[in-house]
Write a protein that binds this ligand. Sequence first.
Ligand code: SF4
Ligand code: SF4
Length: 92
Amino acid sequence: MALMITDECINCDVCEPECPNQAIYLGVEIYEIDPSRCTECVGHFEEPQCVQVCPVACIPIHPEHVESRETLWQKYQRLTAQARDDAPAAGG
Ligand code: SF4
Ligand code: SF4
């Protein structure tokens, strides 16, 4: 499942650097999560890191992006492959 940030967000900036998928960004008013990049931390951590650090507990599951662990794993693999392709080639 992708997670989402509700309007209870106080823009404390704590979650953004914790996301291993760079899925969190500052939106127009509050922080937002890109559902296409959020794997609920599958592939990186046991628990969603943003949820762990959020002081106001405003990061629930996105009702429109309920995904199985398998789907999240596939998303993680796609993102990892993308990052590899985007990275400059190592060596010569
Ligand atoms: S659950 Fe993990 S991947 Fe999703 S936004 Fe939070 S930190 Fe990023
Ligand atoms: S940690 Fe919670 S309150 Fe802070 S910016 Fe992220 S979602 Fe908003």
